[in-house]
Design a protein around this ligand. Structure first.
Ligand code: SAM
Length: 176
């Protein structure tokens, strides 16, 4: 696992419609090297789904709901962390990433429908993954991949109950 500490903060989550996307934000973060996800809403369904995957597929990824996002950002900064806000209005990823790579501790904020204007001022880096609208899942994946230079694709997950044996054809797994 990478030494850099990266945690996701998901804001604007609407439990009645964003459960699947928010779960996928967490699973993408987990697969690509983030340490955990703070969810600025109450949604035990997301927490349980992510917990089930982590229990079976290993690693130490955490998912916490009921987070107050302003407090979370303040606390993160107080402990020396920097805040990256993914937004199509920010500085394009290839231009922003060299400086961000020098940071040791990053809170990566992704929105849902409408992100409060205040967020742009709170972020140390507003980063665009192209200046085109797409999704929090794709922007997070590309951001992490650039951050870790692709090395996250080879991450190993400790204490996994199941492993995939990569195969050219068919589905092969190993328990334990
Ligand atoms: N229209 C909303 C707004 O004005 O904030 C954004 C909605 S978008 C479906 C949800 C999230 O995906 C955004 O908050 C942002 O985190 C992410 N996102 C979408 N496109 C992006 C892009 N091109 N670059 C970076 N992040 C992006």
């Amino acid at each position: 696992m990478p030494e850099k500490e990266v945690v996701i903060l998901r804001i604007g989550h609407r439990p009645e419609r964003d459960q699947r996307v928010t779960t996928h934000v967490a699973l993408t973060g987990r697969a690509l090297g983030a340490r955990g996800m703070y969810l600025a809403a109450s949604d035990k369904g997301v927490v349980e789904s992510v917990g089930d995957v982590a229990a079976r597929w290993g690693g130490t990824f955490f998912c916490e709901d009921n987070i107050k996002w302003r407090t979370c950002i303040r606390n993160w900064k107080e402990t020396g962390g920097k805040v990256v806000h993914l937004t199509m209005y920010g500085i394009n990823l290839p231009d922003a990433i060299p400086k961000i790579r020098s940071e040791e501790k990053l809170l990566v904020v992704v929105g849902a429908e409408k992100v409060p204007g205040e967020m742009y001022g709170l972020a140390d880096y507003n980063v665009a993954v192209t200046g085109q609208p797409h999704s929090e899942i794709s922007s997070l994946a590309l951001f992490l991949d650039h951050l870790f230079y692709g090395a996250e694709l080879k991450n190993e997950f400790s204490h996994a109950k199941i492993h995939i044996i990569p195969s050219k054809a068919g589905k092969h797994t190993e328990e334990g």
